[in-house]
Design a protein around this ligand. Sequence first.
Ligand code: GLY
Ligand code: MN
Length: 358
Amino acid sequence: MMTASERLIALLKLKKGAAAAIHDPSNMFYLTEGYTGEGMVFISPERRIIVTDFRYTEQAEHQAPGFEIVMTENAKPEKAVLAELVAAGGIGELYLETNYLSVDRFREFRGTLGSEVSLLSLDKAPQKLREVKTPAEVAAIRKACGITSDAFRAILEKIRPGMTEKELQIELDFTMLRLGAEGNAFSTIIASGENGSLPHAIPGSRVLQKGDMITMDFGAKVDGYCSDMTRTVALGKPSEEMKRVYDTVLEAQLKCVDALAAGKNCFEIDRLARDLIDSRGYAGRFGHGLGHAVGIDIHEEPRLSPRCREDLRAGVVMTVEPGIYLPGVGGVRIEDTCLVREGDGVPLTTADKQLIIL
Ligand code: GLY
Ligand code: MN
């Protein structure tokens, strides 16, 4: 199997005299297969180099044994090292992340390298490679999903009227760390009662009460890879209205997970959920996309959204997360991280989805 840097060279058809300089930390991690520090990754057909400062040089040797390490110094900053590498390799074409570098940084490189070097856009080539996960990447995501699902089961024992959203967040984050997460995939969302209408609510001082629906959206990071799961539970018997909202979201979620398979169009799967939710009288109350890919970053391409015309491929890992949000009343979202395969899609997050009444 090719290494990630070899996959980039093949995708860009890099020949002698051409190179790529990578700065996005997620792309650096992917292309080096493990480096988590700062700096720049330089890839040409002849050389694989991590350019960084003293803080990360030893770490880089451990995390990316296949790469040369070049240390920057005050007298020789990154742009000077890059100019040397370009001169030494006879590089005439240098690919950069035009979606990531600031205009200032780009101008700096332009000024240092001179006009005889063509600066080209990488056009998110590393992100395109990252869409289809390798078996090792799927294994890491599966592990993160397992921790997330186990944390949900454990937290059900702890949810009580009288605790705040913030206290619940702390318990959930602590539980994931205790179960082996290296960190959170993103800031945990807890939305209780009427706060449930805020898709990305920040857990606060609201006290959980009987009759609340509580939405918990959280994920773990394992070996550099994320999981993403949302469950909404009821604390005491929910209102008929919220029960109907829950049933509708669950029906949409199950239908869309069932529809996942390689070759399906992202936009069509999103439409399945949107049409169902709209037809039940909640038009306009599901205002975000149905899902997104998950990997090193919590939000990757492709998206299950009305705008995405991409076909799913086997090995893509997608969330399926329909929701209904009613301002002043509450909301429900149910989300799984799923692996797309040739004939189907399989949830990697495995916590129960039937309505749990605590
Ligand atoms: N889990 C947060 C999000 O997908 O936006
Ligand atoms: Mn998500």
